[in-house]
Design a protein around this ligand. Structure first.
Ligand SMILES: Cc1cc2nc3c(=O)[nH]c(=O)nc-3n(C[C@H](O)[C@H](O)[C@H](O)COP(=O)(O)O)c2cc1C
Length: 327
């Protein structure tokens, strides 16, 4: 009998598939539909401090506004309304959805990270995903300075709440493993590898900047796979959630073999709909059956850096041998 149950951040999931944070996880009916699809857990759309502040400044810059002296009041009201809507979503989800609900926040002021995390815990979320990203473009800023901000946020938030905290990071670090280790040392219970960001592009006819593609491609999964395998082999007792580039059920299997505790889906849900979840589950079960595995623990991490028979493949970066054989 195949059992897909898995543990992530100390939570019990019916299977390792997680709907990642996006517009598909921002309302109660979407959460209910995802639960019906068979998903194991859901990460809510991030609550962005920047977005709340933009709403505030839109209102305050409105020339129709009669009472400039009321600006502080308006700012506080608009901000608290955005937070309230988010907390209500968590609260309602707790009533009508039984899979774990992971809230997600992205802030720029320390006080806000902590306050929101506490409110989110009170509203009933099972865990928090910190969506931390600072674009490190300072000409003289050191990588360490930049990384320390991640540690500080993780430490302060983890110390302020008793629900588990995961950190979703970008692939743009000089040493991802050091950073993940630092997040663990500062109280995180897991890491999401990796977030994918808005991509700028250039329109060569109009000579202007435009938005790049929003969705990932299936080949984006290679970068995730390598870092999941390296992290899982080098950092023990720490949950890894694989994110970016999972478009096929085989990629789910590969991420688990590389050591992921869960596998997050986003672009594939947008492009193929929620029905893909049950297809992935069926294929995963069939594959486990063929391989003689009953539980995910039977093979999780079996091909990570520590356990693969040829782990050097994960550390190889140049195509020397490949090019040689193509001569
Ligand atoms: C339309 C859209 C909205 C997203 N919104 C968020 C968000 O609010 N917070 C977040 O952490 N990630 C967000 N993401 C990133 C996804 O959660 C995910 O990490 C990324 O798309 C890579 O996964 P994929 O290859 O399965 O798409 C968003 C992605 C998309 C496409």
């Amino acid at each position: 009998m195949i059992n897909l149950e898995t543990e992530y951040l100390g939570l019990n999931l019916r299977n390792p598939l997680v709907a990642s944070s996006s517009g598909l996880t921002n309302s109660i009916y979407k959460l209910e539909a995802l639960e019906k699809s068979g998903i194991g857990a859901i990460v809510l759309k991030s609550l962005f401090e920047e977005q709340m502040m933009a709403e505030v400044s839109n209102l305050l810059n409105n020339p129709e506004g009669d009472y400039p002296e009321a600006s502080d009041y308006v700012a506080a009201y608009v901000k608290s309304r955005s937070v309230e809507q988010y907390l209500n979503l968590i609260h309602e989800a707790r009533q009508s959805v039984s899979v774990p609900i992971i809230a997600s926040i992205n802030c720029f002021s320390m006080g806000e990270w902590i306050k929101l995390a506490k409110d989110i815990e009170l509203a009933g979320a099972d865990a928090i995903e910190l969506n931390i990203f600072f674009l490190n473009s300072g000409v003289y800023a050191s990588a360490l300075e930049y990384e320390q901000q991640y540690y500080k946020i993780t430490k302060e938030v983890s110390a302020s709440v008793s629900i588990p905290v995961a950190v979703k990071i970008s692939p743009y670090f000089s040493n991802t493993i050091t950073v993940v280790n630092g997040l663990k040392a500062n109280g995180a219970k897991g890491v999401v590898l990796f977030n994918k960001f808005y991509q700028p592009d250039i329109d060569i006819q109009k000579l202007s900047l435009v938005s790049g593609e929003v969705f990932s491609h299936k080949h984006d999964f290679y970068q995730t796979l390598r870092w999941v395998a390296l992290t899982s082999g080098l950092i023990s007792k720490f949950d890894i959630s694989a994110s970016t580039g999972v478009h096929e059920w085989e990629s789910v299997v590969k991420m688990l073999l590389a050591g992921a505790s869960t596998v997050q889906l986003c672009s594939v849900l947008y492009q193929q709909g929620n029905g893909i979840v049950s297809q992935f589950i069926t294929c995963l079960e069939e594959w486990m059956n063929q391989q003689g595995f009953n539980n995910i623990a039977d093979y999780k991490g079996r091909l990570n850096l520590g356990q693969a028979s040829d782990p050097v493949v994960y550390e190889r970066s140049q195509f020397m041998r490949y090019y040689a054989s193509r001569d």
